[in-house]
Design a binder for this molecule. Structure first.
Ligand code: C2E
Ligand code: CA
Ligand code: CA
Length: 390
């Protein structure tokens, strides 16, 4: 419950602190600590562990920026809310710095603190706590994962991709899910990173890819031409026989190559450029689509674009979600779109969760939407029902 939250107000202006305390009282939060600068806060944090720290940036003594660095070294895991009156650009760069230190940033609050804005932040904090529990990646051993693969417990779910222009269902991304008889449904973060370190990632890819092609064919059979996108790891793409096997499979199932998209992250492309380029180029020559995933989060992004014939660019969810409140993120999305146009690539906005994000991405001219707002990942057989109910 929100009322049980422990809160630290890090603020050097006594007037603001008083105002803040009143607002917290009104929403029923009673466990409140205060500190007038970073040093005091760090001392206090040796004794208490607040759920949320409301952090001013400019303070006499240790400022908020320095505090964040020390707090992370001190092993503090509280969520942060910034309450600075500084320029939005400065605050958002501190936000991303805090995130890279591993903090959850819930947002920022104008001063003096208004009740409604505070309630919104606290609601975000509750959501955060819930998903953190869900996403808390469980650790499995290599043997457990391999036997899950052998027992066919890992299969693709499909998240719809929808055109911004007419809202039509244009494709679905296959996302691996492990349906474990003992642990329930497990997300890829709990098994893909480990698999990616070994050649068995090929087994996963083969399983997911064939099932995805079959799903594509099943939709085709009932008259729905929807593209299916499959994620490939760098290890998959250093196997230069891969294009031949893929084309053979498409041929076997009677699925036209233009209905298949291979999604690759930038980091995958930079690690073994020659083989990966050969693989991807051959796939493109055969009519398969190639998409660059999580764009803007890796290195030398732009250079990759000129080397590999990508025809789709996926704007990373962090930029999409931040765009609504952060002009810097919006500028990145804009430059991604114009870059994509120059390379004749389609753009996909990933992670669209709200109407506000949908409206913004649409107005900026992004082609395709993928996110919880239009559809969560679902079983293949549920996709048609999703489509009909929209
Ligand atoms: P990704 O390729 O970037 O996939 C998109 C991720 O964003 C998915 O997480 C999806 O569930 C999530 N997502 C989609 N819309 C929203 C939204 O509106 N809000 C939020 N918060 N999240 C959204 P998921 O399924 O957990 O997959 C995580 C990553 O695991 C994928 O990121 C991909 O890199 C990897 N992965 C998944 N399946 C496979 C696979 O078959 N092979 C390989 N190599 N990697 C896979
Ligand atoms: Ca992907
Ligand atoms: Ca992505």
């Amino acid at each position: 419950m929100m009322q049980d939250s422990k809160v630290l107000i890090l603020e050097d202006d006594q007037f603001q602190v008083k105002y803040f305390r009143k607002a917290l009282e009104k929403v029923g939060i009673e466990q409140v600590w205060e500190a007038a600068d970073g040093r005091q806060a760090l001392d206090l944090l040796k004794e208490v562990e607040p759920d949320i720290i409301f952090c001013d940036l400019k303070m006499e003594g240790m400022d908020g920026v320095e505090f964040i660095r020390h707090a992370s070294q001190q092993g503090i895991f509280s969520s942060l809310v910034f309450t600075s009156a500084l320029d939005a650009g400065i605050v958002s760069s501190v936000e991303s710095m805090a995130r890279s230190y591993g903090f959850t940033v819930l947002g920022k609050l104008e001063k003096p603190v208004e009740l409604e804005a505070l309630k919104k932040i606290l609601a975000a904090s509750e959501d955060q706590a819930r998903t953190a529990v869900l996403e808390d990646a469980e650790i499995f051993t290599f043997d457990q994962i391999i036997s899950a693969l052998e027992n066919d417990e890992i299969t693709p779910w499909f998240q719809p991709k929808v055109g911004f222009d007419d809202g039509d269902w244009v494709g679905s991304e296959a996302l691996a899910r492990w349906d474990s008889p003992t642990h329930g449904m497990i997300n890829p973060a709990s098994f893909i990173p480990l698999l990616e370190t070994v050649s068995e990632i090929d087994l996963l890819m083969a399983a997911i890819f064939e099932k995805s092609v079959r799903q594509c064919k099943a939709w085709l059979n009932i008259g729905k031409r929807v593209n299916v996108a499959v994620n490939f790891s760098v290890r998959n793409l250093t196997d230069i026989d891969l294009p031949k096997r893929i084309m053979g499979l498409l041929d076997w199932y009677g699925v036209p190559p233009e209905l298949i998209t291979v999604e690759v992250t930038e980091s995958a492309v930079s690690s073994d450029t020659k083989k990966v380029t050969e693989c991807l180029a051959r796939l493109r020559m055969n009519g398969v689509n190639v998409s660059i995933d999580d764009f803007g989060t890796g290195f030398s992004s732009i250079q990759q674009l000129s080397k590999i014939p990508f025809n789709e660019l996926k704007i990373d969810l962090s930029f999409v979600q931040d765009s609504v409140s952060n002009p810097n993120a919006r500028a990145i999305v804009e430059s991604n779109i114009s870059l994509a146009r120059q390379f004749k690539m389609k753009t996909v906005a990933e992670g669209v969760e709200t109407k506000e994000q949908w409206d913004l991405m649409k107005s900026m001219g992004v082609d395709i939407c993928q996110g919880f707002y239009t559809g969560r990942p679902m079983k293949g057989k549920d996709s048609i029902e999703w489509y009909l109910n929209r």
